[in-house]
Unconditional design. Structure first.
Length: 290
């Protein structure tokens, strides 16, 4: 096979592959920066919890409207926002910390969603919701993914300074009062939005993968935040493209192929990353700067 046949012909010949590629690019633009801020704020596991919080809403929409990506996205968005608000209220009203509350709501949400789909659906429907089908992304879904990516970039630009300060010095931001709270709440809404967008293509179990793996990898390559953002975005974009090619040529599920490609990039970064990679540790050139 020629390089063209391997690297581009699937996208040139099939519209569903082009839709999937554009969808992955849109997801990368929104998920990569959100994932990096989650890593910097030590909220990585919270992102995983939120990815499952959308499941009950998606399951209820599925029961009511069938496999409609629009309906399930709206249901997932509502469920995710409810969990964000509920966990925030419980955190303020009790002694429990925010991560413990998100974990509790995550477990209840995941169990509820699986129960609903199992009761009123089938194993095929459950697999579709949990793992997604990026190759089934249509024009309407692409518009939604593009809208989420655009909204994410605009809001991050507006709250960039506050989010950076909170990532490295949360006590200072708390002293600023209302602006810090608004920035935190806006960020959590963006997390939910991007997880709902990822759900359309990758399912609830895989949606967080394209968010967290490139971000974790970027920390091993760059020191400054703008550079980390660029590295995370680049890894997310390449993972989507390469994952789709692996899926097509290997006749493999597309979502897991994309996430495993991002996982390989992460393990490669662990080995070769200039800022803490194992190779540089062994060579005695480890960079220890924060």
């Amino acid at each position: 096979m020629t390089p063209y046949e391997i690297l581009w012909q699937p996208f040139a010949d099939f519209a569903f592959m082009r839709h999937a590629l554009v969808g992955c690019l849109a997801l990368a633009l929104g998920c990569a920066p959100i994932g990096l801020f989650l890593v910097l704020r030590r909220m990585s596991l919270m992102g995983d919890a939120m990815s499952h919080a959308i499941l009950p809403g998606a399951a209820i929409a599925f029961i009511a409207y069938g496999l409609s990506l629009t309906a399930m996205s709206i249901g997932g968005l509502i469920a995710g926002l409810v969990v964000v608000l509920a966990a925030g209220m419980v955190t303020r009203a009790t002694q429990l910390k925010e991560d413990a509350n998100f974990a509790a709501f995550y477990l209840v949400s995941l169990a509820s969603g699986v129960l609903l789909v199992s009761k009123w659906g089938s194993n095929v429907d459950l697999m579709h919701i949990l793992f997604g089908t990026v190759l089934a992304v249509d024009a309407a879904a692409l518009v939604f993914l593009a809208a989420v990516a655009t909204t994410t970039l605009v809001v991050l630009a507006l709250f960039y300074r506050a989010l950076v300060v909170e990532s490295f010095d949360p006590e200072f931001l708390q002293s600023m009062g209302g602006r810090g709270a608004w920035a935190h709440f806006a960020f959590l809404i963006l997390v939910v939005l991007n997880l709902v967008a990822g759900f359309q293509a990758l399912g609830t179990l895989m949606a967080v993968g394209l968010m967290m793996l490139p971000a974790a990898s970027a920390r091993l390559w760059a020191k400054e935040l703008p550079a980390m953002l660029c590295v995370a975005l680049g890894i997310a974009l390449v993972s989507g493209y390469v994952g789709l090619l692996i899926s097509y040529h290997g006749d493999l599920p597309s979502g897991p192929s994309i996430i495993l490609t991002a996982g390989l990039a992460y393990f490669g970064s662990l080995a070769l990353g200039r800022r803490g990679g194992l190779l540089w540790r062994w060579l005695g050139h480890e960079h220890l700067e924060a």
